[in-house]
Design a binder for this molecule. Structure first.
Ligand code: MN3
Length: 231
């Protein structure tokens, strides 16, 4: 009975929903991952996840809090507000609010390969309408991610016309920002900074992008698609 109780407790912690981003204000905190560091292997190694979440994401959170403490943005601003008005704040807010939002989104939209679910009928239909097939969509997404010069992100968004669109952003920008060339609501995104893949894939970004589909949480992406359409 003790063992059962403990395993239920662990499960509750591991699968507890992450706090809604829009409701959080400074000081911001590093969210727990909804899975273990090794859970996305072999697509993403435990070592990569530990550094990426525990060091890189933590640093964005810390620097964001420092910038706000230093007066760069109001302490009452939510993360969503900081990201949406990124261009009106000093660069430290744009980089670190973006980094915190992007990585939180990234962790939530991945899952262990045996728990990724499937794209909903609505999302599948929309992808097939725009891209022809799921494979053609993936190829275009990978090409956009490979073509992003230097550090950045590749996204699938619901754009302002309510249509699916693949876009990329430099550094820690994202399509929610006022400064984004192509604006919309991200429903899927991949981090193409070298820190996201270099330990396993070295300079082979294209191989990382093609392998990454194994851990895309299609159930979560499908929910975000419905939410984005309802906005
Ligand atoms: Mn990263």
């Amino acid at each position: 009975m003790q063992v059962l109780t403990r395993s239920l407790t662990v499960a509750a912690i591991v699968f507890a929903p992450l706090p809604a981003l829009a409701q959080t204000t400074s000081p911001f905190t590093l969210p727990d991952l909804p899975y273990e560091y090794g859970a996305l292997e072999p697509a993403i190694s435990a070592e990569t996840m530990e550094l990426h979440h525990g060091k890189h994401h933590q640093t964005y959170v810390d620097k964001l809090n420092e910038a706000i403490e230093g007066g760069d943005a109001p302490v009452t601003a939510t993360l969503e507000e900081l990201v949406g008005a990124a261009g009106t704040y000093p660069p430290a807010i744009r980089a670190n609010a973006g980094g915190h939002w992007n990585h939180t989104f990234f962790w939530e939209t991945m899952a262990p390969a045996d728990g990724v679910g499937e794209a909903s009928a609505d999302l599948t239909s929309a992808i097939e309408t725009v891209y022809g097939s799921m494979d053609d969509f993936k190829a275009e997404f990978e090409a956009k991610g490979t073509a992003q010069f230097g550090s950045g992100w590749v996204w699938l968004i619901v754009n302002e016309a309510g249509q699916l669109e693949i876009t990329s952003t430099p550094n820690q920008d994202n399509p929610l920002m006022d400064v984004a060339e192509v604006k919309g609501t991200p429903i899927l995104g991949n981090d193409v900074w070298e820190h996201a893949y270099y330990l396993t894939y070295n300079n082979r970004r294209a191989e990382y992008l093609s392998t990454w589909w194994d851990v895309v949480n299609w159930s979560e992406v499908s929910e975000r698609y419905q939410d984005a359409l309802a906005e």
